[in-house]
Design a protein around this ligand. Structure first.
Ligand code: 5GP
Length: 219
C-alpha cells in the first residue's frame, strides 16, 4: 500500500543566488522584459544602478536609477563601492556592490540591466554565479520605431543610439543565451524558462547532497 507523501518533507533546497544579466541595444524591449520577470518571480530583485545621466520624464530616483553627480560617482569608484562601471553614450553607469552581495548571501537572485562592458567586468569577478542573456530586436525597423515611440530622447540622441546599437549587438557571442523579442509574451516565457533552468543547475543547489542523503536514508 502506498502512503500519501508527507507535505512537510520537501521544504525547498538551499541554493546559491545567481546574477541574471540582461543586455541589449536600447529599444529591444529589455526594460519591459525585466519588469515582467520581476512581477512574475519574487525571488529575483533588480540591481538599481547609479548614473550621471539626467532623469528622463517619469523616471524615479532610487527606482529606475540613483541619479548622482560626477563627483559622487568618482567617489564611489575610488571607495570600491561599485561592482562594475562603464561609460555608456557619454554617461557613467555603475552597479552598487553592497545590495548585490547582501542579496546573494541571502540566496536571492539579482537582475541586471547593464551593457556588455559591465557584463565583461562581472564575468571576471563572479563568473560562476553569472547568467548572461542578450535580447535582440527582430528587425532594424522595429528598433527604430521603438526608439521613436518612446520619444523620451531627442532625435539626435535616437540617431546616436541607432548607430550604437550595431556596436552593442556585436557583443552577442559573449552571452550564454540570446532571445529575439518579436513577441513580448513569448520572449518573456523564454526568459523565465532560462531563469528556472539556471536555478536548477546542480552546482547552484547547495542543499542537494543533504536532501538526497535524507531522502535515501529511509528507502
Ligand atoms: P539608459 O540610459 O537607456 O537607461 O541605459 C543605457 C545603457 O546603459 C543600457 O544599455 C543599460 O543596460 C546600460 N546600463 C545601465 N546601468 C548600467 C550599469 O550599472 N552598468 C553598466 N555597465 N551599464 C549600465
Amino acid at each position: 500500500m502506498t502512503t500519501a507523501p508527507q507535505a512537510s518533507f520537501f521544504a525547498g533546497i538551499a541554493r546559491r543566488g545567481l546574477l541574471f544579466i540582461m543586455s541589449s541595444p536600447s529599444g529591444a524591449g529589455k526594460t519591459t522584459l525585466s519588469r515582467k520577470l520581476l512581477a512574475a518571480d519574487k525571488l529575483i530583485s533588480m540591481s538599481v544602478s547609479v548614473t550621471t545621466r539626467k532623469p528622463r520624464p517619469g523616471e524615479v530616483d532610487g527606482k529606475d536609477y540613483y541619479f548622482i553627480s560626477n563627483d559622487a560617482f568618482e567617489t564611489m569608484v575610488a571607495d570600491g563601492d561599485l561592482l562594475e562601471w562603464a561609460n555608456v553614450f557619454g554617461n557613467l553607469y555603475g552597479t552598487p556592490r553592497k545590495p548585490v552581495e547582501t542579496a546573494l548571501a541571502a540566496g536571492r537572485d539579482v537582475l541586471f540591466d547593464i551593457d556588455w562592458q559591465g557584463t565583461q567586468q562581472l564575468a571576471q569577478a563572479m563568473k560562476d554565479d553569472l547568467v548572461r542573456l542578450f535580447i535582440l530586436p527582430p528587425a532594424p525597423d522595429v528598433l527604430r520605431e521603438r526608439l521613436i515611440k518612446r520619444a523620451q530622447d531627442s532625435s539626435a540622441v535616437i540617431a546616436k543610439r541607432m548607430a550604437e546599437a550595431a556596436h552593442e549587438i556585436s557583443h552577442w557571442p559573449e552571452y550564454d543565451y540570446v532571445v529575439v523579442n518579436d513577441d513580448l509574451e513569448k520572449a518573456h516565457q523564454q526568459v523565465f524558462a532560462i531563469l528556472t533552468a539556471e536555478r536548477l543547475k546542480r552546482r547552484r543547489q547547495l542543499g542537494l547532497a543533504e536532501f538526497v542523503r535524507n531522502l535515501t536514508k529511509e528507502l
